[in-house]
Ligand binder design. Structure first.
Ligand SMILES: [Zn+2]
Length: 149
């Protein structure tokens, strides 16, 4: 599973927030990090535009369509300006980018709803974004049960 971004980038005239409908559509109304859909995460108003490469470190990417990821409020606020330090970056470790990499190459969902990191970047991402929060694990189990019915 990975996200496919619209190409070429839509043209807008008044700030990155105008990209929201396109970003929402590209991410299929799903958080780019915890992968919970709006429907199961308090709806569209609980979703925000995240700058994947934080503006504090990459100001030139503030208005870049491809730096805007759809994120639920908790993931966006936990992530905020987090970015791997230079030692991790040097080892190629950072947030897993599901616009570039497949989920299955980095994560495995365990029977209890927990995500296990298969790569160093996945372990970093799970830890930094707390992707095994209790609510997420409960929702994963619920969705799995729904799919079985
Ligand atoms: Zn999320």
């Amino acid at each position: 599973m990975k996200f496919i971004r619209t190409k070429p980038a839509p043209s807008i005239s008044d700030g990155y927030k105008s990209f929201r409908p396109y970003v929402r559509s590209d991410f299929r109304k799903t958080c780019a990090y915890c992968l919970i859909e709006e429907l199961f995460a308090a709806g569209e108003e609980n979703f925000e535009l995240d700058h994947f490469w934080p503006v504090s470190e990459f100001p030139a990417l503030k208005e870049d369509f491809y730096n805007l990821y759809y994120a639920c409020h908790p993931c966006n606020h936990i992530k905020w300006a987090k970015w791997p330090d230079s030692q991790l970056v040097a080892k190629g470790i950072g947030f897993v980018d599901l616009c570039r990499d497949d989920f299955e190459n980095h994560f495995r969902e365990l029977p209890d709803g927990r995500w296990e990191g298969l790569t160093e970047s996945a372990k970093y991402t799970i830890d930094a974004l707390r992707l095994n929060r209790s609510h997420l694990m409960q929702i994963r189990l619920l969705l799995r049960a729904l799919c079985r019915e």
